[in-house]
Design a protein around this ligand. Structure first.
Ligand code: AVJ
Length: 325
């Protein structure tokens, strides 16, 4: 077997938050029941999400790829050579491959994610694919700033990468905090490349979350199967209908699971009761105008240097620079 020498693994993640009490809190005695969208991504959920990214109706992934493919020269010209490329969250390898191929002599690739097995597997794949690139996989939460910085060469230029419009899952105040964490990790004058789904005709957005093949519906309902496995509960996803709509006032897609009958589910000896029509809010996906994303970035001491869009302006890749911290 060939030994892969251009990779190192670091695990500094320690889970402090209690998932069980977080879920219970979201479901018990609340006007609007909710489950955090991080619980979508168990093994089945990750497979379903991967299917979503390939759907005709789900435009964000296609459009972001289009931007990465059509602007290779822009990336090459604008971003510094010999940089450490830090990917926040480790998705499928497709996007980072495109970014790295567009850069001048990247020094190393540092993916950071809390989901260790997935991260290490993807990182190994990248190390094999780019045999001349150093890969340093760090299992950590983005708020473990000090420990992360200890693992990163402070003298190197840095390019942060946060694709997929994952930022859209955070409410504006959390998104600001997240960008500030990235600023702290990257340091002044370094770069952050963020993929952001843009505001557009409501019918196009709503179709992306109500796809004709019903994969998003399965993805939404699967969050309950995930909870059942993790906490030994017995939610029946047949008792819920998928609902996704654009909330114009908040500029976000909301996904809900709407109970189609009056019933109750036991959660560690706490009865969770559902009326007909009562929903569990499972996800927000904020859509930004260029102007509003600019405001968000500036509130986190970052400056927008460049925005690349696809031909239809459905999606934006924002080039940010850390000003001060
Ligand atoms: C991975 C969070 C960007 O919000 O569009 C896809 C997740 N939810 N279909 C998104 C998702 C429903 C996706 N993000």
């Amino acid at each position: 077997m060939k030994v892969i020498e251009n990779i190192s693994y670091h695990n500094i993640y320690s889970s402090t938050k209690n998932d069980k009490s977080e879920v219970l809190n979201g479901l018990l005695n609340r006007q609007q029941k909710k489950i955090s969208s991080k619980f979508f991504y168990d093994e089945t959920g990750s497979i379903l999400f991967d299917k979503i990214t390939k759907l005709k109706d789900y435009y964000p992934t296609q459009k972001e790829m289009e931007i990465l493919d059509d602007n290779r020269q822009e990336f090459y010209d604008y971003l510094p050579s010999n940089s450490s490329v830090i990917e926040f969250g480790s998705g499928s390898n497709k996007k980072i491959k495109r970014l790295i191929k567009s850069l001048k002599k990247p020094f190393e690739y540092i993916p950071i994610d809390i989901s260790k097995d997935f991260l290490f597997k993807n990182a190994l794949h990248s190390a094999k694919y780019f045999p001349n690139l150093k890969v340093k996989a760090i299992c950590a939460d983005f708020n473990q700033i000090k420990s992360i910085k200890k693992l990163i060469d402070s003298k190197k230029k840095k390019i942060g990468f946060f694709p997929g419009s994952t930022i859209g899952n955070y409410c504006p105040s959390d998104a600001k905090e997240l960008l500030q964490n990235f600023s702290n990790i990257l340091g002044p004058n370094n770069h952050l490349i963020v993929g952001v789904d843009l505001k557009k005709d409501k019918s196009i957005i709503e179709r992306a979350y109500n796809d004709s093949e019903g994969v998003t519906e399965l993805f939404n309902k699967n969050i309950l199967n995930g909870l059942n496995k993790k906490f030994n509960t017995s939610f029946d996803s047949n008792n819920f209908n998928h609902k996704a709509f654009f909330n114009n006032e908040k500029s976000r897609v909301e996904m809900h699971l709407v109970s189609n009958k009056e019933h109750s589910v036991d959660f560690i000896n706490n009865p969770i009761t559902f009326k007909i029509g009562e929903s569990i809010h499972t996800e927000n996906s904020y859509k930004y105008s260029v102007e509003n994303f600019k405001k968000l970035a500036e509130s986190a001491q970052m400056e927008i240097k460049k925005v690349l869009k696809d031909k239809k302006s459905f999606f934006g890749i924002f080039f940010l620079k850390v000003t001060s911290i």
